[in-house]
Design a protein around this ligand. Structure first.
Ligand code: HXC
Ligand code: NAP
Length: 292
C-alpha cells in the first residue's frame, strides 16, 4: 500500500463479493439499459447473474444487452412499461421462461424533470408519480406474489433519492414519489420478512452519466463544479452503487431488510454553519415571474 490509512476504492471491474456469488440467479433490473441501472446490472453480471433488462425504449434495451454480452452474462431484454401491471406480468413470465424465477428485483426505473410546482401540470405530477412510485409498487407486487406462491426467498432493492428526507425543491413530484418508495420499503420488509423476502432501498448521491436526460443534465450544468460542491470532493463512481446493490441483495446481506442505504459521500447532510441566502426556486431556475 503506497499511502497510509486505508486503500483507495478499487478500479471499475473489481468485485467485493466472491466470484460466482450470483451464479445462476436471474436478476431483473428495470431501466437497466441506461445510466445507473446499467451500472448495477453490470456488477450483478460480473458476479455470475443472468440479467433481465426491462424498459420501454429499444435503443436503451439494446445498449444494456450489449454491455451485458461484453461481460459474458446471459441477458434477456423485455419491452415493459412499469406503469402497466399486465406489461410487468408478461415481463416476469418471459424472464421465468428464459432463466427461471428471478431471485432479485432492482426497481431502478424512474422519471424526473425539474419544474417549479406552480408550473407543474396535473399530468406532469401524475406521470412522475405513476412511474416512480406506482411502477415500483406494481413490479414489487408481481415479484413478491410469485415468490410467496413458490415459497422461495428473494431480494428487492428499490432505488431511492435523498430528497425523500429533505424535500426536493424544483422536483416536488419526484421527491414525493421517492419518499413513498422509501416508506413502502419499510412496510413490505415487515410484511414479507416471514417469507424470506428482503426489501431494501439504495439511495444514490450525485452520479453523473452520459445517459442522463437533457433536463437533468441542464439542471446539473447550473452547478458549475460538481466535485467541490460535495463533502467528499468528488461525485460517485457508478460501480460504487453497483457494489452496494450486489451486497444488499447477496447472501451476506440476508439479515438486512427495511433499510435505506445512502451512497453519497455525506452529500445530503447539512454542511454549513448558517444557511445560505434564500433565492426562490423559480429564480434559481431562471424563470420569469409567475403568470396564471
Ligand atoms: C414540465 C414536463 C416536462 C418538463 C414532461 N412534462 N417534461 N413538464 N417540464 N421538463 C409534462 C408533459 O408536458 C406532460 O404533461 C407530462 O409531463 C407527461 O409527459 P410525456 O412526455 O407525455 O410523458 P412520457 O412520454 O410518459 O415520458 C415520461 C417523462 C420522460 C418523465 C416525461 O422524461 C421520461 O420518459 N423520463 C424517463 C427517464 C428519466 O426521467 N430519468 C430521470 C431519472 S433521474 P401535459 O400536462 O403537457 O400532458 C432521477 C434523479 C436524478 O430520478 C437526481 C439528479 C440530481
Ligand atoms: P436514467 O438513465 O434516465 O434511467 C431511467 C431509466 O428508467 C431508463 O433506463 C428508462 O428506460 C427507465 N424508465 C423510465 N420510465 C419507465 C417506464 N415507465 N417503464 C420502464 N422503464 C422506465 O436515470 P439514472 O440516473 O440512471 O437513474 C436511475 C435511478 O437512480 C432512478 O431511480 C433515479 O431516480 C435514481 N437516482 C439517480 C441519481 C443520479 O445522480 N443519476 C441520483 C439520485 C437518484 P426507458 O426510457 O427505455 O423506458
Amino acid at each position: 500500500m503506497d499511502t497510509p490509512g486505508i486503500p483507495l476504492p478499487p478500479a471499475a471491474g473489481d468485485t467485493a463479493l466472491k466470484p460466482g456469488t450470483f451464479a445462476g440467479v436471474p436478476v431483473v433490473v428495470t431501466g437497466g439499459g441506461t445510466g445507473l441501472g446499467k451500472a448495477i446490472a453490470s456488477e450483478f453480471a460480473r458476479l455470475g447473474a443472468s440479467i433481465v433488462i426491462a424498459s420501454r425504449k429499444a435503443e436503451h434495451r439494446d445498449a444494456g444487452e450489449q454491455a451485458m454480452t461484453e461481460l459474458g452474462a446471459p441477458v434477456l431484454t423485455v419491452e415493459c412499461d412499469i406503469r402497466e401491471p399486465d406489461s410487468i406480468a408478461a415481463m416476469f413470465d418471459a424472464a421465468t421462461d428464459a432463466f427461471g424465477i428471478p431471485g432479485v428485483l432492482i426497481n431502478n426505473a424512474a422519471a424526473n424533470f425539474p419544474v417549479p410546482a406552480e408550473d407543474m401540470s396535473p399530468n406532469a405530477w401524475r406521470t412522475v408519480v405513476d412511474i416512480t412510485l406506482n411502477g415500483t409498487f406494481f413490479c414489487t407486487r408481481e415479484f413478491g406474489r410469485r415468490h410467496l406462491d413458490a415459497g422461495s426467498p428473494a431480494s428487492i432493492v428499490n432505488i431511492g433519492a435523498s430528497y425523500a428526507w429533505t424535500g426536493g425543491p424544483g422536483f416536488a413530484h419526484s421527491a414525493a414519489a421517492k419518499a413513498g418508495v422509501k416508506n413502502m420499503t419499510e412496510s413490505l420488509a415487515v410484511e414479507w420478512g416471514p417469507y424470506g423476502i428482503s426489501v431494501n432501498c439504495l439511495v444514490p448521491g450525485l452520479f453523473p452519466h452520459e445517459d442522463m436526460t437533457a433536463d437533468i443534465q441542464g439542471n446539473l450544468a447550473g452547478t458549475h463544479d460538481k466535485d467541490v460542491c460535495q463533502p467528499a470532493l468528488r461525485v460517485g463512481h457508478r460501480q460504487e452503487l453497483g457494489w452496494a446493490a450486489t451486497f444488499l441483495a447477496s447472501p451476506y446481506g440476508r439479515f438486512i431488510s427495511g433499510h435505506t442505504l445512502v451512497v453519497d459521500g455525506a452529500n445530503w447532510q447539512r454542511r454549513s454553519l448558517v444557511n445560505p441566502t434564500m433565492v426562490p426556486i423559480r429564480e434559481q431556475m431562471g424563470r420569469g415571474d409567475f403568470e396564471m
